[in-house]
Structure formats: structure tokens, C-alpha cells
Design a protein around this ligand. Structure first.
Ligand code: THU
Length: 136
């Protein structure tokens, strides 16, 4: 099912807005993400850094984990906002991929301009997924 234009606009707007809440004192690279569930609900996330740098969580995974905690397993799209519309990292691609290759991804800059519009499948082809474990 195609993403409704108003939903697309809303997650883009929310990703830009929630980015203000990012905790990124070390990288100074705040990121906001807004995830549209299959049922049309929206969950936001930000990157949360830590003095132990490796404990940092990205905005995208934060949004996914929150949505899952509230019972969601189907996702339509995610908007990711950063200064320069950076692309989701490998770990976030893998986590999104767990929930489906068709999730749309919009990377947007700090003004909400969409720079890249793509899918999980295109960003992570031939991903390792749940079906790969059925042989075990
Ligand atoms: N970051 C994200 O939140 N999402 C990404 O996909 C790329 C990187 C964060 C992690 C870290 O807090 C900062 O951006 C710099 O890497």
C-alpha cells in the first residue's frame, strides 16, 4: 500500500522537530527519526550518546524499539533528519530489515528537504533475515 502523502509529510516534519531532543554532546551530530507503523501510528526517536561512546544508540533504532515496545511489528516508512540528510548506518539498516524490506526511507536535512528516498531493500540488499535461521 502506498504511503499517504499526509503521513509522509508528517513523519518528515516530526523527524526534523524531534531532532532537537537528540543527546549528541560528543559527535555534535543530532539525528531525529520518525517511524510510520502499518496501522498509521507514529513513533519518534533520537540518537542518545554516552561517555562510553560505543553505548550510543541511533535515532532510527530508538524509534523502532519504541514502536515494538508498544506492540508494532509492521512499518511503512521512516524519515531520518540530520544536518546533511545522512544515510542510515549499517546497524540501523539491519534492524529495519528485520521488519521488512519494503519500508520506505526518507533522509532529510535540517530544513526538512528530502535528499534521498529509498527502501530498506535498496539500502541493504541480500540481507540476513529471519528466514536464514530456519535451516538451523
Ligand atoms: N547516527 C544516527 O543516529 N543514525 C544514523 O543512521 C547515523 C549515525 C548518530 C550516531 C551518533 O550519535 C552520531 O549520529 C554520529 O555518528
Amino acid at each position: 500500500m502506498a504511503i499517504q502523502p499526509q503521513d509522509r509529510g508528517q513523519i518528515i516534519e516530526r523527524a526534523v522537530k524531534i531532532r532537537e531532543k537528540a543527546y549528541a554532546p560528543y559527535s555534535k551530530y543530532p539525528v531525529g527519526a520518525s517511524l510510520l507503523t502499518g496501522s498509521g501510528e507514529i513513533f519518534d526517536g533520537v540518537n542518545v550518546e554516552n561517555a562510553v561512546y560505543g553505548m550510543t544508540i541511533c535515532a532510527e533504532r530508538n524509534a523502532v524499539f519504541q514502536a515494538v515496545a508498544y506492540g508494532h511489528r509492521k512499518f511503512q516508512a521512516i524519515a531520518v533528519a540530520s544536518e546533511n540528510a545522512g544515510s542510515p548506518c549499517g546497524a540501523c539498516r539491519q534492524v529495519l530489515s528485520e521488519f521488512g524490506p519494503d519500508i520506505e526511507i526518507y533522509t532529510v536535512d535540517s530544513k526538512g528537504e528530502v535528499v534521498l528516498e529509498t527502501t530498506v531493500r535498496d539500502l541493504l540488499p541480500d540481507a540476513f533475515g529471519p528466514e536464514d535461521l530456519t535451516a538451523v
